[in-house]
Design a protein around this ligand. Structure first.
Ligand SMILES: [Mg+2]
Length: 151
């Protein structure tokens, strides 16, 4: 599956710390055969991936649409369709489907969201859904949005 991670407050704090468990979760997801993609409303975040030693796990890096999410994939050069997104902004998660993560502002040792994300993805891959309260299914009109963006 193509798993898309947001950057700010999802994997990166305002203090530039990496969310606990991010590197391990990326490694496990890649091991499981998934592709990791990283996007951000702030543009291409290669520096973050390099500085936190994540770049080798990542297949694609993009600017993230912050409105008209599906229609603007093309415009922003996102040449694949996200299967599952992880973001601290709920609206984009309710469109593509994925995990609406709690905001990560600064380093804290007790943050377990990355573990929950891995469990949620594993459950969703196995059954097509997840019991996690922060999982969101893909929008029911997603295919129509996709069709429209192709026009
Ligand atoms: Mg964010």
């Amino acid at each position: 599956m193509r798993i898309f991670f947001d950057v700010d407050y999802t994997i990166l704090g305002a203090d530039y710390s990496l969310r606990p468990g991010t590197r391990e979760t990326f490694a496990r997801l890649v091991d499981d055969g998934h592709e990791i993609h990283v996007w951000s409303g702030e543009g291409l975040r290669h520096a973050v991936l390099k500085n936190h030693e994540l770049a080798h796990f990542v297949t694609g890096v993009y600017e993230k649409p912050i409105r008209d999410y599906v229609a603007r994939l093309d415009v922003l050069g996102v040449d694949v369709i996200p299967d599952f997104v992880i973001d601290d902004y709920s609206e984009i998660v309710t469109i593509f489907g994925g995990y609406y993560v709690t905001e990560y502002y600064r380093h804290r040792d007790d943050d377990t969201e990355m573990h929950a994300i891995y469990e949620c993805i594993s459950e969703w891959v196995a059954s097509g859904a997840s019991s996690h309260r922060r999982w969101r299914p893909r929008h029911e009109d997603f295919d129509a949005m996709l069709g429209k963006s192709a026009d």
